[in-house]
Design a protein around this ligand. Structure first.
Ligand SMILES: NC(=O)c1ccc[n+]([C@@H]2O[C@H](COP(=O)([O-])OP(=O)(O)OC[C@H]3O[C@@H](n4cnc5c(N)ncnc54)[C@H](OP(=O)(O)O)[C@@H]3O)[C@@H](O)[C@H]2O)c1
Length: 265
């Protein structure tokens, strides 16, 4: 009897860490459903991965700041007969301007993109995973979730939510054969800092602080398959997370206010 290959849904698959997850999972024989706004990039990647690995690769262009997007993605998967076994909630960005200077629609979009959409996607695919008694979910947090809060940005708060909610979900779902991992990368060579407008500042940071997306994804996939609820990839990030976590709150506030290399103005 032949069994159909497992399927992975990856958000933010048009660039960076998400595209790297797509390459690694395709090479391991997973079928893919790739989501992002840039359909041309998704189609190009899908064609390449199908050509290289012979796996089925579907594309769904969606803006995850649209509250209707998660339901539309899962409806599309259902219509295509794809059961989602692996969910990679990866799409994200960091705002560019101070909280009070940013229009509410943009802030609401950040929360929808990195809090509500990943939470809703998980909620929509978990029933199928429970039925099949197998599932793997990776939620993109950041080493920033361990760091002191940075001035002006929602980012550390959002990534702290992802870190905490992922661990709660993992506790709830492990008995059903579903592993959930919060992935907490540090500086990773992707388009993230181009989108944020901090490329010049980022390029001046020491090379030892940076990882390639391949290293991040390799460690993340091993973590989720082995049931580790939190993955901080790379030795330098592990040391930073361990060093920052026990800071007293007032000292953390001071450090965050003083040393945030990405603060604008
Ligand atoms: N790079 C780092 O240093 C770093 C460190 C820690 C955590 N992270 C996290 O890693 C994740 C991936 O980031 P990356 O570094 O790979 O950045 P990236 O290269 O800029 O990729 C971001 C991805 O998110 C997608 N995306 C952004 N807004 C979207 C929207 N409204 N709707 C749908 N998709 C959207 C983008 O696709 P489209 O533009 O085509 O929509 C793109 O595929 C993010 O959650 C980020 O917070 C990154």
């Amino acid at each position: 009897m032949t069994t159909s290959p497992r399927t992975a849904l990856i958000t933010g698959a048009s660039a960076g860490i998400g595209a790297t997850f797509a390459r690694h999972l395709a090479a391991s024989g997973y079928q893919l459903l790739l989501v992002a706004r840039r359909a041309d990039r998704l189609r190009e990647l899908a064609e390449q991965l199908t050509g290289d690995h012979g796996v089925r690769c579907e594309v769904f262009a969606a803006d995850l700041t649209d509250p209707a997007a998660p339901a539309a993605i899962v409806d599309f998967a259902d219509q295509q007969g794809l059961d989602i076994d692996v969910l990679i909630n990866n799409a994200g960005l960091s705002g560019k301007t101070a909280f009070a200077d940013t229009p509410w629609d943009a802030l609401a979009g950040e929360i929808q993109l990195m809090v509500t959409a990943p939470t809703e996607l998980a909620h929509r695919v978990i029933p199928g995973m429970k039925k099949r008694q197998w599932g793997r979910i990776i939620n993109l947090s950041s080493v920033a979730a361990f760091a002191p809060p940075g001035a002006s940005l929602l980012y550390t708060g959002i990534k702290s939510y992802v870190l905490n909610a992922s661990q709660s979900l993992d506790m709830e779902l492990k008995p059903h054969g579903i592993h959930v991992t919060a992935l907490c990368p540090g500086l990773t060579h992707t388009e993230f800092h181009d989108v944020m407008g901090t490329r010049d500042k980022a390029d001046h940071l020491p090379a030892i602080l940076w990882q390639q997306p391949d290293a991040v994804v390799t460690e993340a996939l091993a973590a989720v398959m082995n049931g580790k609820p939190v993955c901080v990839p790379g030795v330098v990030n592990k040391i930073s997370a361990a060093a920052m976590k026990p800071l007293p709150i007032r000292l953390g506030y001071f450090v965050g206010k003083t040393f945030n290399p990405f603060k604008n103005g």
